[in-house]
Each structure stands twice: as C-alpha cells, then as structure tokens.
Design a protein around this ligand. Structure first.
Ligand code: SF4
Ligand code: SF4
Length: 123
C-alpha cells in the first residue's frame, strides 16, 4: 500500500525542471494524439541530454503554484491529462514512498489546512 496519495497532491513531480522523454514515449504520445512523430516532436518536447534519461525533455507551461509544469498537466484538475500515454519516467516514479507527499502531508497537518499547497521554492 503506497504511503502517498496523488489524488490529494498538487503535482510536485510534474513540475521538475527536466522531465526526460524517450523516443518510445514520443511515439506513444504521437499515437495517443493521432499525429505524426515529427509533429509530436515539435509540439511536445525540446532537445534533451541522454544523461538525464531521454533524448528529449518535455515542454513546460506556466503554473500558478510551481512557476512551470509539464505541458500535459491539467492545471484545473491538478491531474495528468495523458495518463494512459504518459512517459516511462512518470510510470517509474515514485517507488513505495514519495518525499514530496511526506512534506505536503506534514505541512498540511502543521497548518491545519487540508487544501494548502506547500511551496518548495524556498527549501
Ligand atoms: S509528487 Fe508524489 S504524491 Fe504528488 S503527484 Fe507526484 S508521485 Fe503523486
Ligand atoms: S506526463 Fe503526466 S504524469 Fe508525466 S509529468 Fe506530465 S503531467 Fe505529470
């Protein structure tokens, strides 16, 4: 049983500066949207460093809580909009425990506010 609950989280992990995308991810995303690989490459990613885990990195968009977030993150519902087609890295993380969720839970308990979005900007 995981010790975190993504449904109660504003999506810290989707706000990483570099979210790697592999070619196989991009193929899956292109298929999901019914567009060509070249179109997906242009719309969804920028060139990445394979050392980060993928040939590409995801494009990001503005977010009220984190400044920037993955372009596929739905900022209204605070959920992934491409869950079935999400990248390998999103499937692999987290394993068992999520440090962000521990932090969020602790902050919410301390503040007595179940809805607060604790900022990570100054830590
Ligand atoms: S930061 Fe952790 S709890 Fe929040 S969405 Fe990501 S994996 Fe889920
Ligand atoms: S694809 Fe979905 S789960 Fe992965 S970083 Fe983007 S919004 Fe988050």
């Amino acid at each position: 049983m995981p010790s975190y609950n993504c449904k109660k989280c504003p999506g810290y992990c989707c706000s990483y500066h570099i979210i790697p995308v592999k070619k196989s991810d991009l193929k899956r995303l292109a298929k999901h949207f019914g567009i060509s690989f070249a179109e997906a490459e242009k719309k969804f990613v920028t060139k990445g460093d394979p050392k980060d885990g993928g040939e590409y990195k995801i494009r990001r968009k503005t977010d009220e809580h984190f400044g920037k977030i993955c372009r596929f993150f739905d900022t209204e519902t605070r959920k992934c909009s491409v869950y079935e087609a999400r990248m390998y890295i999103c499937r692999a993380y987290p394993t068992g425990r999520c440090g962000y969720y521990d932090f969020l839970k602790n902050e919410r308990e301390t503040q007595g506010d179940d809805e607060m979005v604790a900022s990570t900007w100054n830590i």
